[in-house]
Each structure stands twice: as C-alpha cells, then as structure tokens.
Design a protein around this ligand. Structure first.
Ligand code: FAD
Length: 267
C-alpha cells in the first residue's frame, strides 16, 4: 500500500524542486502508476498548478508539458499533422480513455518503464527532455540515466519532415505490450537515415540508427532483409508474456511492416 504524509500543491517550480530533494518526497503525475506501489512517501508534490499541461507549437518544435495527459497526446492535431496516426497509435492501447485522461506524459517518460509505448514512440523521433535542474538533453541520453531527484518539465520534439510509424503487439487488449516498435526515416545531414526504437523487449526502449539508402520500390525480400538486420541488433529477454526468440521474431515482422508502409507512401 502507498502511504502519503503530506500533500503539497507547489506554487513554483523552485518550491517543487526543493521539496523533492528530500529522500522520501515524490513528484506526482497522474498517480496511476505510483498509487499501485508500496512506498511510504512523506511529501507528495503536485505540479498541476504550474501550467505544465499544455502542448505548445512553434516554428521548430512541439513542446509537450509534463502534466499533459496521454489523451492530449492522442488528440494532438500538431503531432498528427507531422507524424500521421503514429503518436495516437502508440497510446491508443493503454488501458482506456478514462485512464489516458489521467496518466501523464511526465510520469510516463520519467518512469522509463520497460513496457512503455510512450517512450518507444518518442525515442525514434528527434526528441529532447527539459529538466528543471539538468537543462535540456536528448531523450536517448535521459533514458540511460538512473532516476534522480530532478523534475521533468516537458518533452520537446523537433519538427522535421520525417516519416513515423508505430506498432505494438499485445496478448490481450489493454495488456502491456509484448513488443513495441517505431520506425522513423528522414534526411539527416544530407543522408537518408532510419531510426528504429524497440521497447518492451521486455527491457526499456533502445534506439538504433542506420544510414540506409532504400529505394521506394524496394522488393519485399529486400525490405525483409533490412528488417531482419535491424531487429537482430537489439537484445531481447524472456518473461511471462513471451520468450526472447518470440520477441525478436515479432520485432522483425513489425519493423518490416513499418518500413514497407513508409516506402509505399513515398518520401
Ligand atoms: C494498469 C496499468 C497499465 C498500464 N499499461 C501501459 C501500457 O500498456 N503502455 C504504456 O506505455 N504504459 C502503460 N502504463 C503506464 C502509464 O501509461 C503511465 O506511464 C504511468 O501510469 C505513469 O504515469 P502517471 O502520470 O500515472 O505517473 P505517476 O504514477 O504519478 O508517477 C510515476 C513516477 O514518475 C515520477 N514523476 C511523475 N511526473 C514527474 C515529473 N514531471 N518529473 C519527475 N518525476 C515525475 C513520480 O514521482 C513516479 O516516480 C500502465 C500503467 C498502469 C497502472
């Protein structure tokens, strides 16, 4: 059971950060995950009064406040315009609408959960996280860090003309994914670059980058071969949802489908 001594609705970010430095303090997002835990929390810090619940679009970036809900992501027109249905697809299977109306982007990314669809999706894009103390760093770097006492303020996606696809496999609807894959491609420094992010392996998502020039009319065999190569570069584990071999096979299939879908649309 989770027990909480004090609840503080922070008035400033500075206050939230200072309070969070105590070992037994915790920042709260939507509390959907935290409330299932067994911790004794002395002070829980609510960020909901700090204006972090907006998705802001500028010429170069889309900035998603940490207190935005997964439902806001799902319904965000700016993300849909840039990356099609991919972002909505990445959260669509997470429990249900009422749940997604409460779970936050900050809690999802900060948690760095192995099963995270949200992390898998954003990792393949040109994404940064803004931290109160740690500044703005690449999500790929943040993922590798151990959780500390910093506060995640926003997730920032740099706008680009990249193509994005997301797919996951679940044994039953609303369960955690057995595997989650996103594929992104675009021109980076004049070179065609492919990004692959595979999560729920069951370890947390990792990113693979390849400079592959693949023609739009590549045959199914050629695409399958690239997908096999990409999937083979990740490591996989076994748990109650599937074996390592099964996960690698699924990753290969999903990556192949996503690559084929991007190539069929043309770049
Ligand atoms: C039953 C269930 C099923 C789920 N299924 C899926 C799934 O299939 N796919 C998927 O991707 N996710 C899934 N999730 C995870 C969910 O989507 C959220 O990622 C999770 O609930 C955390 O978000 P939250 O807002 O509830 O965070 P909380 O539970 O409030 O917090 C989680 C952690 O993050 C910290 N935290 C929160 N916000 C911040 C911040 N701004 N800065 C620093 N630290 C912060 C908290 O202190 C805590 O340690 C599931 C969760 C549950 C409970």
């Amino acid at each position: 059971m989770l027990t909480i001594g004090n609840y503080v609705k922070a008035k400033t970010l500075e206050e939230a950060y200072e309070l969070n430095q105590a070992r037994s303090s915790r920042v709260m997002g939507g509390m959907m995950w935290m409330r299932l835990g067994n911790a004794k929390v002395k002070t829980v810090i609510d960020l909901s009064g700090l204006g972090l619940d907006q998705i802001e679009e500028s010429d170069n970036v889309i900035k998603i406040g940490a207190m935005c809900t997964l439902r806001q992501l799902e319904q965000c027109e700016a993300l849909r315009e840039l990356y099609g249905d991919g972002i909505a697809e990445s959260v669509r299977h997470i429990v249900g609408v009422q749940f997604r109306n409460q779970a936050t982007v900050g809690g999802s990314i900060y948690g760095r959960f192995g099963f995270s669809d949200v992390l898998t999706a954003f990792l393949a894009l040109d994404t940064f996280v803004e931290l109160y103390d740690g500044g703005t760093i690449r999500l790929s770097e943040f993922v590798k860090r151990k959780p500390d006492k910093d506060i995640l303020l926003s997730v920032i996606v740099r706008k680009s003309r990249r193509k994005f696809r997301y797919e996951s496999i679940r044994q039953t609807k609303t369960d955690f994914p057995v595997i989650a894959c996103s594929v992104v491609t675009g021109m980076v420094h004049g070179k065609e670059t492919w990004y692959f992010s595979v999560g729920a392996r069951p370890m947390k998502a990792e990113l693979l980058e390849k400079q592959w020039e693949i023609p739009d009319n590549a045959s199914e065999e050629v695409i399958a071969d690239y997908a096999r190569q990409a999937a083979a570069e990740f490591t996989y584990g076994t748990n109650m949802r599937g074996s390592a071999g099964y996960r690698q096979h699924l990753a290969e299939v999903l990556i192949r489908r996503e690559m084929a879908s991007i190539l069929a649309e043309g770049r």
